[in-house]
Design a protein around this ligand. Sequence first.
Ligand SMILES: NC(=O)c1ccc[n+]([C@@H]2O[C@H](COP(=O)([O-])OP(=O)(O)OC[C@H]3O[C@@H](n4cnc5c(N)ncnc54)[C@H](OP(=O)(O)O)[C@@H]3O)[C@@H](O)[C@H]2O)c1
Length: 253
Amino acid sequence: MTGASAGIGRAVAKQLAASGVGLVLVARDGHRLDELAEELRDNGAGPEVEVLPADLSDLSGLALVEKRVAADEAPIDLLVNNAGLGYEGPFHSQDAIEISETISVNVVALVRLTHVALGSMAARDRGQVILVSSMASLQGMPMTAVYSATKAFITSFGEGLYEEHKGTGVTVTTVLPGLTRTEFHERGRWNLDKWPSVGWQNADAVASATLTAAAKSRPEVITSWHNRALAVITTKAPRHFRRATIGWFTRRN
Ligand SMILES: NC(=O)c1ccc[n+]([C@@H]2O[C@H](COP(=O)([O-])OP(=O)(O)OC[C@H]3O[C@@H](n4cnc5c(N)ncnc54)[C@H](OP(=O)(O)O)[C@@H]3O)[C@@H](O)[C@H]2O)c1
């Protein structure tokens, strides 16, 4: 379970623990992971809760997690690829290190952990992978172009993998949350002053929609009715219209 220290990942971890699932909690902040593990144990999480602090933007941190995912003696039956980030601002003036960090965590780490997990799951013909993408994957977004492109990668990647494993004991579910109240926007310096206040979800609601969809082996889930309605408009409208609309909306805000 990556990105378990905060937001959606923390909510997914709590819901999994409440249903008796053992967990390996991954994020950079080991202190927050220890606190969460303690809380889960205090709340009676029966199975083991492991803490694995690692920076997924760093190849040595990623290697640590790959090693744990590959460990035969304690196989991972469910990989939740949730860790992610995205910075807002004009692409040309974004920090190059932050651009690399976004691609490394959202794409490189997610692909490599999925690769290791599916290798082991395919051999056992059993397992589930959850990929946390975003509504931002449905349309190239001005001012968050790198972030939305990384999420478009995830949605496409998940769709391909779902079909690749169809009819086997392995499933891949891609999750498209919309605006969710977590630390995400503050970390990425998003200015949401003029964004609509309606349609936001909380992390618990996203987590429960995620786990319900995975339990039903769904290929993809949009986590609220509001965003499902938006997705119908987004995906059915002609591409030039969508591009012009999101451009107008971004300039207005
Ligand atoms: N919030 C939204 O509106 C929204 C909408 C659509 C999709 N999403 C997606 O949902 C996922 C979770 O986001 P969130 O909203 O829960 O954000 P969040 O509250 O900022 O949590 C992000 C999590 O990712 C971890 N993380 C970030 N960089 C990392 C790194 N280099 N190495 C390891 N872990 C790292 C963070 O832990 P540490 O800081 O401890 O490392 C944290 O646990 C992301 O993939 C995001 O793109 C969010």
